[in-house]
Structures are given as C-alpha cells and as structure tokens.
Design a binder for this molecule. Structure first.
Ligand code: HEC
Length: 145
C-alpha cells in the first residue's frame, strides 16, 4: 500500500519537492478588495455557523439548528450575504460550488427538522457533512490572496 498523507502534509511535501510555484494547485480569483474582505467575513461566519449547528444538533435543539442552517448558510443566506452581487466576479466553477453549498445547507435545514420529528440524527449529520464537502471542495480549488 502506498503511504497516505493528509491534504496538508501532501501540500507541504509538494512544496518541498517541487517548489512553491508548481505546488500551488489553487486558482487565484481577483476580487475588488472591499468584496474580498466582505467574502472573508462571510467565510468566518460560515465557520461559526457550522460550530453552532453541530452544537445545537448535539443538544437536540433541532429547530434552532435548522433555522441557523437556513439563515446563515442556506439559500436565504445567499441572498442576505449579497451572493447575487458577488457571483459575477467568480469563475463558473467557484460559483457552482458556492450555490451547491447553499443548496446543501437548505437540505441540512430540512434534515434537522426531520430529526425533530423522527428523533434520528443520521439525515442531519449527512446534511452537515454534505455542506462541509462543498467548503472543502472550494478551498481546494480557489484562493483570493
Ligand atoms: C465557493 C467557494 C467557497 C466555499 C463554498 C466556501 N469557501 Fe471558505 N473560502 C473560500 C476562499 C476562496 C477563501 C480564501 C482562501 C485563500 O485565499 O487562501 C476562503 C476562506 C475561508 C476562511 C478564512 C477566512 C479569513 O478570514 O481569512 C474560512 C474560515 C472559511 N473560508 C470557512 C468556510 C466554511 C466553514 C465554508 C463552508 C460552510 C466555506 N468556507 C465555504 C472559498 C469558499
């Protein structure tokens, strides 16, 4: 079996073996500076929302988890965070991952409401993982610095 490296270890190894230029696989996206700051502030809120949602699910507060998912990450959040304003500045692939994340978060909200009815967390946890899969996918492919 070939050795397995975490993505971070693989990136470090690539940087050492290949030099920084070839080791940076992410596409740079040029954003006007105020928009970049706005996007990064949204990102920090995304992470805080993921923390809040996991904790609310763990505490069995499914309705609140659903509301947080929808209002801070879901299709409602896309409108509130100026997603329509930002989308034209993004490459097509990035835009697609962004809207996939917002859709996944709205599905997570539905999964959390189902958990309330059924007392079963599996759907909500899958929903949470599906949202984070889109965070990971976008971060692997794009950078703004
Ligand atoms: C459509 C693309 C995309 C999606 C989806 C996305 N991000 Fe990001 N995020 C970025 C980019 C691009 C950066 C800047 C990375 C860089 O330039 O090095 C970033 C940066 C961040 C940062 C650092 C913010 C700072 O102050 O520097 C955090 C935290 C973050 N993202 C969290 C998340 C979380 C959590 C999710 C999912 C719920 C998420 N992001 C989804 C593209 C995305």
């Amino acid at each position: 079996m070939p050795p397995k490296f975490s993505p971070a270890a693989a990136a470090l190894l690539a940087a050492v073996l290949l030099g920084p230029a070839q080791a940076e696989p992410r596409q740079h996206v040029e954003l006007p500076p105020p928009m970049r700051e706005h996007m990064l502030a949204n990102m920090r809120d995304h992470l805080a929302a993921i923390e809040t949602i996991s904790r609310l699910l763990a505490e069995g507060r499914y309705g609140e988890a659903a509301d947080t998912a929808e209002s801070r990450l879901g299709m409602s959040a896309m409108a509130a965070h100026g997603g329509h304003h930002m989308a034209p500045h993004m490459p097509e692939g990035m835009r697609a991952i962004g809207s996939a994340m917002h859709r996944a978060a709205s599905r997570l909200a539905v999964g959390a409401r189902d958990a309330e009815v059924r007392g079963d967390l599996a759907g909500a946890l899958t929903g949470l993982a599906d949202v984070m899969q889109q965070c990971v996918a976008c971060h692997a492919a794009y950078r703004v610095h």
